[in-house]
Design a protein around this ligand. Sequence first.
Ligand code: OSB
Ligand code: MG
Length: 373
Amino acid sequence: MAIERVEMKLLRLPYVHFFETSFGRAYDRTFIIIEVFEAGLRGYGECVAEEAPLYSGETTETAWHILRDFLVPLLFRKSVVEPEEFARAARVYRGNRMAKAGLELALWDLKAKKAGLPLYRLYNGTRTEVEAGVSCGIEDSLAELVGRVAGYLDQGYRRIKIKIKPGWDAAACAAVRERFPDIMLQADANGAYSLADADALAALDAFDLLMLEQPFPPYDLWDHAKLQARMKTPLCLDESILSLDTARAAVEMGSCRVINIKVGRVGGIVEALGIHDHCRASGVPVWCGGMLESGIGRAHNLHLASLPGFVYPNDLSASRRYYREDIIDPFIELSGPGTIRVPEGPGIGVNPVEARIDRACLRKEVFTAGGAA
Ligand code: OSB
Ligand code: MG
C-alpha cells in the first residue's frame, strides 16, 4: 500500500490563559496538523514548531517549507508508509526535527489504526495511566502565581513546574514553597542564564526542587556539567537534547541527571525511543515534556509517556488547562488525582473534530502522488 494523500493545516488556537516563559508572553499557539490518508484510514500528527524561533530554530513556516518540499515528497517518491522507514529516509536531511516528527507521528497513528491497536502497543508502552503535571508560566505577581498553583493543586495535579528567569526565580520558588511545603516542585529556565549566574542558581538548592530544567542555552553542555557538579538539585535538560547522540554526551559528561523527552525536539518517535532505551539502561530517569500541544499532539505524548523509563511526572495536563475548545473529542481529562489514562482506542485513541480544526485553520494544502492538488 502507499499513502494516497497528505493534508497540512496551519492552525491557531487561543490559550485559556496566557503563557509566559523567559522568551516572552504568548496568548495563542500556531502549529501544523498533518494528516496522512491510506485505504480509508487517516493518521494524525502535530508539528510543534512555533511561530517564532525562540525555543528552537524552527518555525511554523520553516517546517511548512521542509514538509512540503522535502519530507512529503519522500513518501510519494519512495512509497514510504512505515514510520520507521520514513525516519530512516528523512535522515538524509539535516536538522528540522520538528518537521520530521510531525509527519512521523501521523504515520505512527496510521500504522496503529491499520493494526487496530492503541499506539502505545506498537512500541511496548507499559502504563495504562501516566503521571500528569502542570507547567505554570510567569505571572504579573507572586500572589497570582501562588493562586494559580493553588488552583491546579485543587484540580488534582501533584507536580508543579514554574517558569523562571533572572528577576523571577528565587522569589517565585520561595513563594510557592512557603505556601506548599510538601509538593513536587520544579523550575524551568528555558536557557535564560549563563555560567556567570552560577551562584544564584546554586542558591535554588534551598527550595528542595525535584529538578532544575535547562538553566543555560541549548549548546552549553559543558557549562551545565560545571553547574551540576556544584548543585544538589538534579539538572534536567530539555532544549539541549536533540538526539540520542546529544543525550549520550550529556549523560556521560554529567551535564544533567534527568532528561525531558519531547518527540518534536528530537525528530520523532524512533529517536525518542532510542533516547528512552539508552537512559533506562544507564539509570537516567526521563519524563515527557510538552509544547502546549493540541489534543492530537498531547494524545501522542500520552502514548509515549506510557513507556517504563518515564518515571517522573510529565508535562501532560488536561485539555482545559490549555484550550477552551480542544480539537479532539473527548477532551483529555484527569482520570484520578494527578493521573491521565492512556487512550485505548486504535491509533492515538482520540477523535480529531474536523469542524473545529477547520474553524482554527489559517491555511491548508493537499498533496497527492501526482503533485500538489
Ligand atoms: O520548556 O517545557 C518547556 C511550552 C512551550 C515551549 C517550551 C516549554 C513549554 C512548557 C509547556 O513548559 C508544557 C506543557 O505542554 O504542558
Ligand atoms: Mg523546558
